[in-house]
Design a protein around this ligand. Structure first.
Ligand code: NZQ
Ligand code: ZN
Length: 390
């Protein structure tokens, strides 16, 4: 293991068909005022909203609402949420939705008690300052699987004016205090969102896998998570209400990005930087922005981390090594991955997300450069990868 680290994850999880009962255990721990945050209305259609409201009422809470959190939540919406949380004097923020709702709830929670002259975007998303004001606790009822936001400190906000989509990874004081994970809640997700979430999970794992040359336990854990993900995704795309598959996918998503597998190793995250830049310019679905750039990116960096790409091809995709060069094995692995992404219905080019050739320079300007991958990209590299992704 590399370096020194501390590990603690304070989020309490309630998992399974009866997970919502956990709300009755959690709610008495907090004051009366609950700000219920949700998205564009899916929870009203599938009945989760009514179930949550009934439990809040039974626990004697004053309920305030902040609805309409959009996928890829914006800074303008965040300002609205901060005002609502202040007016409500919220003791608890309850996020009911996907990663967007959960991320947004965290951004509200760290901003409610900022001095009014401090701008939350500049503080957290440009300067990456630590939180130095009281935080309103967040709880989460998850309805869309992929981001891992239910058990991490990530909070991604899009500034539409600045064309920037940036994530602040807050410390464990900002992690949800509890998360309710009922796999059945994900049954009503449109297929497009389900598979986007599946690739988001895969990408989170690969971002942490494709980095470093040391022998690291996390890499073995990640290979197991990947194999289980591929297996359950194959079942879920054919039968979205298969509980076993959907529950496995939900659990893998949480473990892919709850900080565990990143401990004691280096990580990359450049695919996310490319995907987020694409998202800032197109507002496309997060998982699809990642699938559209991944294969060109991995082919580009493969020569710099060849041994790991060989290991990935053999251990995850079952490529036969016999009589082949390392390059051939590694490329066969990426080819198998590409075929699988196509087979389950993921977007494999930026053109399908509305990106045109003349947008490439601006997207490159919005792409942050990370230093943990097998090659630290420069602007020209980024442009080449984006062009290859069109
Ligand atoms: O808004 P509603 O009506 O609820 O509809 C949502 C939304 O349109 C719908 N949906 C969610 N649950 C549903 C459902 N529809 C039917 N039935 C259900 N049970 O799905 C759509 C997408 O939801 P969203 O929350 O946007 O998806 P996701 O969970 O993928 O979150 C994406 C956001 O998370 C950020 C992304 O950048 C993006 O902004 N990320 C957060 C991370 C983190 N916290 O660590 C890491 C990730 O890499 C990611 O960047
Ligand atoms: Zn992601």
């Amino acid at each position: 293991m590399l370096g020194n680290f501390t590990y603690s994850n304070p989020t309490k999880l309630y998992f399974g068909k009866d997970a919502l009962d956990g709300l009755n255990e959690e709610l008495p721990k907090y004051g009366k005022n609950v700000l219920l945050i949700y998205g564009g209305g899916s929870i009203k259609k599938n009945g989760i909203y009514d179930d949550v409201i009934n439990i809040l009422k039974a626990n004697g809470k004053n309920i305030f609402e902040d609805a309409g959190v959009m996928p890829n939540p914006t800074y303008d919406k965040l300002l609205e949420g901060i005002e609502r949380a202040r007016t409500a004097k919220a003791d608890l923020i309850l996020a009911v939705g996907g990663g967007s709702v959960c991320d947004y709830a965290k951004a509200v929670s760290v901003s409610v008690n900022l001095n009014k002259d401090i701008d939350a975007w500049d503080k957290y998303y440009i300067r990456f300052d630590d939180v130095n004001c009281p935080i309103v606790p967040v709880g989460c009822v998850l309805t869309m699987v992929g981001t891992g936001s239910e058990m991490n400190g990530g909070s991604v906000i899009t500034n539409t004016k600045q064309k920037l989509k940036i994530g602040h990874v807050f410390g464990d004081n900002v992690f949800p205090k509890f998360s309710i994970l009922n796999p059945e809640y994900t049954f009503t997700l449109p297929q497009y969102q389900m598979i986007a979430g599946i690739y988001d999970i895969m990408s989170h794992i690969l971002e942490q896998y494709f980095s470093g040359t040391d022998d690291n336990t996390s890499d073995y854990i990640m290979e197991g998570l990947l194999k289980s993900l591929i297996n359950s995704a194959n079942v879920a795309v054919k039968n979205p209400t298969d509980y076993t598959a959907r529950s496995n996918i939900m659990w893998i998503a949480t473990w892919a990005l709850n900080t565990l597998v990143a401990k004691g190793k280096t990580t990359d995250w450049e695919v996310h930087m490319l995907g987020q830049a694409v998202g800032a310019h197109t507002n496309a679905t997060h998982g699809m922005t990642l699938s559209a750039v991944s294969i060109p990116y991995y082919k580009y960096i493969m020569p710099y981390g060849l041994d790991k790409f060989v290991r990935y091809a053999v251990n995850v995709w079952g490529i036969d090594e016999k009589d082949k060069s390392k390059e051939e094995i590694a490329l066969e692995g990426l080819e198998s991955m590409k075929n699988w992404l196509k087979q389950i219905g993921l977007v494999l080019n930026l053109t399908d997300l509305g990106v045109t050739k003349d947008m490439i320079e601006n997207i490159a300007d919005s792409t942050l450069i990370m230093e943990g991958g097998y090659k630290v990209l420069d602007r020209q590299d980024i442009i080449s990868i984006l062009k290859a992704s069109l």
